[in-house]
Design a protein around this ligand. Structure first.
Ligand code: ZN
Length: 412
């Protein structure tokens, strides 16, 4: 698939700071230590609906990782998938009497527009599950041959499952106990009650063809891929083993990231699948959980249609810490719109408060597990002094504008 269009990314003076990031597997904030090319995989959308603010917050957090690495001099190999074949897409298409291919293409196109409007730097490779089916089949066939995968005991539908005990390390990424795993597996697309599996938690790798469902012919028999193995194949074949960051929302900690890691480790024998497993908090609406079942999703495209400045949306989502569950409110949007206007006024002044260590402070806070609230506070302080006409530094407005653009992705 074609990714969306990139935006200019100004070079800043001086040297960027190495990023420290929280890792779910160890529970620690640890340095990322990428080589000259930093390697990141972030799980993409299932395109059955428009991009809501929870998705946007996730891609903005990893956009900061991308920007901080680039500022520190790394080339960034960023891969993102699109789950353009899976149950939710087929269910929505059936409900709306829509064609699942058309639905997926339409929502993916809208997602690209949303990402462009929010100035998210595009991935280098943007890969749909459908276009990766050949590589997924190859991976599943190897897992079957090695004994890490098995056929369900079901003559009619001998689907392929992953034996979660295959690596001997299952659970290290999430740290969850068995009861929690079974519960989350049921809530998040798994099938713990399916008869014929060796263990309830085992995850689907290949679903054999069913009447009325799309299926692809393969050496595994006609069928379609499971979700976790899609990300394993796409990531491993482009980033290799032990890449730097595996990212997604906190609802992907289990089962999705636990299994995509276990599949990859069982296949290659290499551990860990990713050096950091990084997860973003959930975005609620007015203090309530935002979910499709509650019907209270706020879509980026809806805000754009209402003429909300995407830069205000971006600033609003970045004003909280990426790991915290937080709420979207009208007050937050209004405060962020006002802050954006203040920053814009300050950088349009002929001279500003001395830049001093503002750039250094913004870099330091962002490199400390993406501490956007403190980075934003440092910029607020500079804007406040500048608007009080305290400064005579004629370079400052331009430099602060570049800093906000390059590191926070916001054009002033
Ligand atoms: Zn994924």
């Amino acid at each position: 698939m074609l990714p969306w269009t990139s935006v200019p990314h100004p070079q800043l003076p001086g040297q960027g700071i190495p990023l420290r990031l929280h890792d779910t597997a160890t529970g620690e904030i640890r340095p990322t230590a990428p080589g000259p090319t930093a390697r990141m995989y972030v799980c993409g959308i299932t395109p059955y609906d428009a991009t809501h603010l929870g998705h946007a917050a996730t891609y903005l957090a990893f956009d900061l990782v991308h920007r901080i690495w680039r500022d520190a001099g790394h080339d960034v190999h960023y891969v993102q998938n699109v789950t353009d074949i899976d149950d939710p897409l087929l269910e929505r298409a059936a409900r709306d009497q829509d064609d699942w291919v058309v639905l997926g293409m339409r929502e993916t196109a809208l997602f690209r527009e949303d990402m462009e409007s929010l100035r998210v730097l595009p991935p280098r490779e943007f890969v749909g599950a459908v276009e990766a089916i050949g590589e997924i089949v190859e991976l599943v066939a190897k897992l079957l041959a090695s004994g890490a995968a098995y056929r369900a005991d079901d003559a009619q539908h001998p689907d392929v499952y992953f034996d979660h005990r295959a690596t001997g390390r299952f659970g290290y990424e999430s740290g969850y106990d068995e009861q929690t795993m079974n519960r989350l597996s049921a809530e998040r697309g798994g099938d713990p009650d399916r008869p014929g599996k060796r263990h309830p938690v085992d995850a689907l790798l290949w679903r054999t063809a069913r009447d009325g469902e799309p299926a692809w012919e393969s050496e595994l028999g006609a069928g379609r891929p499971g979700w976790h193995v899609e990300c394993t194949a796409i990531a491993l074949n482009r980033l290799g083993t032990t890449f730097d960051v595996q990212g997604g929302g906190s609802d992907l900690i289990f089962p999705h990231h636990e299994f995509s890691a276990a599949h990859g480790e069982a296949l290659t024998g290499s551990h860990p699948f990713a050096r950091h497993y990084s997860h973003t908090g959930m975005i609620g609406l007015d203090g309530e959980k935002m979910s499709k079942s509650k019907g209270n999703l706020v879509f980026v495209s809806r805000l754009r249609a209402d003429d909300v400045d995407p830069m205000a949306v971006r600033l609003a989502l970045l004003s909280g810490h990426y790991r915290d569950d937080r709420s979207w409110t009208n007050d937050l949007l209004e405060a962020s719109t006002a802050r954006l206007a203040r920053w814009r006024e300050a950088v349009s002044m002929p001279a500003g408060a001395p830049v001093g260590d503002v750039l250094e402070r913004v870099r330091t806070h962002l490199a400390d597990d993406l501490d956007t609230p403190r980075a934003i506070a440092a910029l607020d302080a500079w804007a406040g002094e500048t608007l009080n006409r305290r400064g005579r530094d004629t370079d400052a407005p331009r430099l602060i504008g570049s800093c906000v653009d390059a590191l926070l992705g916001i054009t002033l």
